[in-house]
Ligand binder design. Structure first.
Ligand code: AKG
Ligand code: FE2
Length: 256
């Protein structure tokens, strides 16, 4: 991308909403507090969204395939991925958007706390690509507290690739003597029996903002041949120091 285009992004309005509609902001804030996530249908301008899609073509073409069970969580990772290191090398736009003042200010207002970018070279922003039947991003928590997920390609509403999540996972585990990292499969079964698993699917162009550290989440397997799901995940936190586990490096560090 040319420098001029970058300057346009840095100095222009990045997002469609935010301070422009204070009532909308109040609604989003309340919804986030109550549900642990919000859908953001038109977060970026159409022009910027198209530019992101174009800019990320190379990143998605270079994603590395994974097919393993994540240690600890014991849940599947069957998808292709790119971590922050590779995205920083191959995308011009994403690092700029990630640190853009307007985006961080908007998300901080939703959370009600000042947010920071994440000082982890793989987990700051990642790309996740499900491209075949059965591919899935299994149940987990993120180390950073907040995740902004941008959907660049969607499998459509009835073809798998939905987000499922269990709100207040850590509390549910505490109340049932489960370890939030080691007893995931038992906890998911319990949550299912209690009707506590919620799910939503997203179309291309939509985003969601999730408290990804307190709400267990996954992306369900793609169920139809030819359907694909591409997302970017940008991570933020109100804590200036975070304890990182090994899972992001296990999933995202590049091989070879
Ligand atoms: O693909 C999604 O919607 C969620 C991604 C996710 O959970 C992650 O990258 O940690
Ligand atoms: Fe996640």
């Amino acid at each position: 991308m040319r420098n001029l285009a970058i300057q346009e992004i840095v100095f222009s309005d990045l997002i469609e909403r935010g301070d422009k509609d204070p009532l909308e902001l109040i609604r989003l804030k309340a919804e986030f507090r109550e549900n642990g996530y919000i859908l953001l249908n038109n977060l970026f301008t159409r022009e910027l969204f198209d530019a992101i899609t174009k800019d990320c073509e190379k990143v998605f073409s270079m994603c590395q395939h994974r097919n393993f069970t994540m240690p600890g969580y014991l849940t599947p990772r069957k998808l292709s991925v790119a971590g922050g290191k590779m995205i920083s090398e191959e995308s011009v736009l994403i690092p700029y958007i990630y640190v853009h003042y307007e985006l961080i200010a908007f998300l901080s207002k939703i959370v009600g706390k000042d947010l920071y970018t994440i000082n982890h070279k793989e987990e700051c922003f990642v790309a996740n690509y499900l491209k075949a039947e059965g591919e899935t991003h299994g149940w987990h928590l993120d180390d950073p507290m907040y995740a902004l997920i941008v959907v660049l390609e969607s499998p459509g509403p009835d073809n798998g690739g939905c987000v499922e999540f269990i709100q207040d996972w850590r509390t549910l585990c505490r109340e049932n003597n489960l370890d939030p990292h080691a007893d995931v499969n038992a906890g998911v079964e319990l949550a299912e029996s209690l009707g506590r698993i919620r799910s939503f699917s997203l179309e291309r162009g939509e985003c969601y903002f999730l408290n990804a550290s307190e709400n267990l989440h996954r992306v369900t397997p793609i169920t139809k041949k030819g359907c694909k799901r591409k997302v970017l995940n940008m991570a933020y936190d109100h804590r200036s120091k975070i304890e990182f586990g090994q899972t992001a490096d296990i999933l995202y560090a590049q091989e070879g």
